[in-house]
Design a protein around this ligand. Structure first.
Ligand code: ADP
Ligand code: MG
Length: 148
């Protein structure tokens, strides 16, 4: 059964706050896929999740060129992926992604579309949409079994 949460934020700070609240539901091995256009707030939500896990959000930036950033020093490691510039699936597989997906930390994935086929069943999908001005509609879709 699916559990969905729909929310709307009206400022970047509010999106960070929402991420921080969400962090309490994550555990080692959690995988979060963040869908949404450029500027929809994927990185801000990621900053919030990291903050909620005890990582300084100042250190959180989109790993557009590196493909992955690792943040340590929080409650658990965070592996932050951004596949916007991914050339092909093979490039992602060459990262040894299974070690991250099945590892001791949380995986946060911006632009997950190219690697959709590699996502596990219990992935938490979050969809962000521009709502005019500073409004963002944020929909969280997760399997109920996750963390319950
Ligand atoms: P993405 O990673 O999806 O490209 P970012 O989080 O990097 O998006 O950027 C979102 C941009 O939108 C930032 O410039 C931020 O200041 C702005 N913004 C305005 N309103 C919001 C909001 N409600 N939530 C998140 N970001 C917002
Ligand atoms: Mg981003």
């Amino acid at each position: 059964m699916n559990a969905n949460i729909s929310s709307e934020t009206t400022s970047p700070e509010e999106t960070v706050q929402l991420g921080s609240t969400l962090a309490g539901r994550l555990k080692p091995g959690s995988i979060v896929a963040l869908y949404g256009d450029l500027g929809s707030g994927k990185t801000h939500l990621t900053k919030g999740i990291c903050a909620g896990l005890g990582i300084d959000p100042e250190h959180v930036t989109s790993p557009t060129f590196a493909l992955i950033n690792e943040y340590r020093g929080g409650r658990m490691p965070v592996y932050h992926f951004d596949t916007y510039r991914l050339k092909n699936l093979a490039e992602f597989m060459a990262l040894g992604y299974e070690d991250y997906f099945e590892g001791d930390g949380v995986c946060l994935i911006e632009w997950p579309e190219p690697i959709e086929s590699l996502l596990p069943n219990d992935v938490i999908r979050i969809r962000l949409k521009h709502g005019g001005g500073d409004r963002r509609a944020i929909e969280i879709q997760a399997w109920r079994s996750h963390g319950e």
